[in-house]
Design a protein around this ligand. Structure first.
Ligand code: GRF
Length: 226
């Protein structure tokens, strides 16, 4: 049978990697569908068997696989299996969405310019964990989330989009987390759209959108612009 018009080749084959709730995964799935993006989410992989995101994938009819890191002797072996699974599904781009594993250099280099992550801070500020708590402790005026290309150094890759909000005097880590999540659900789907439509690429450490170089802070989305 002849392939459907627009099928296969001109559609981006993507995988989403998760470890938990998968609300960003959901936002991506919803946007890909609603906006009819030329992107096929071929696969969702979780290193945590109990991740709710696996259920979200199944409900959306997307193959979901568990790759439990505890069953591997080390990071290299885990990453090799992960790469094999992604290859088996013909995956070209990888979206990390709450994936709580550090990836090895060979894996990251394999997907150079083809792997995005979302981090709950205004990178390069507040790399690492517990960012909402730290934002309050450190008296930050602004906080938010960043979508960035993944490089071998943790939370260090070139920034594509930052979603920014103003910290309020009565914010708690929990309220900040909720507000940041709402921003994440706007900025990650947007970055996925840019990838799927061929508007976004990485040139060395420079992010290029529509043939224009983005500033190191990336494209800015403000909470109040919704
Ligand atoms: C998000 O806050 C993301 O920034 C961080 O992990 C969280 C994942 O949330 N990397 P969810 O699983 O997408 O709901």
């Amino acid at each position: 049978m002849a392939p459907e018009a627009g099928a296969a080749k001109d559609r981006l084959a993507a995988a989403v990697l998760i470890s938990g709730n998968g609300s960003n995964l959901q936002a991506i799935i919803d946007h890909v569908r609603a906006a009819h993006l030329p992107c096929d989410i071929r696969l969702v992989v979780s290193n945590e068997p109990a991740a709710f995101g696996l259920e979200r994938a199944r409900r959306a009819g997307i193959p979901a696989e568990v790759l439990d890191h505890r069953r591997f002797p080390g990071r290299e072996a885990f990453d090799e299996s992960l790469a094999a699974i992604l290859d088996r599904h013909g995956v070209e781009v990888v979206f990390l969405a709450g994936f709580m594993r550090i990836l090895t250099r060979p894996f990251v280099e394999r997907y150079e310019g083809r792997m995005l992550n979302i981090h709950p801070s205004l990178l390069p500020d507040l790399k690492g964990l517990d960012t909402h708590h730290r934002a309050i402790e450190e008296g930050r005026e602004f906080h938010g989330a960043s979508v960035h290309f993944v490089t071998p150094e943790l939370d260090d890759g070139p920034v594509v989009i930052r979603g920014r909000l103003e910290v309020r005097p009565d914010d708690t880590p929990e309220s900040l987390e909720q507000r940041v999540h709402r921003l994440e659900h706007r900025i990650y789907p947007l970055a996925v759209e840019w990838m799927a439509t061929g508007r976004l690429r990485l040139d060395g450490r420079t992010v290029v959108l529509d043939d224009a170089t983005l500033s190191p802070e990336g494209y800015e989305v403000l909470e109040e612009d919704s």
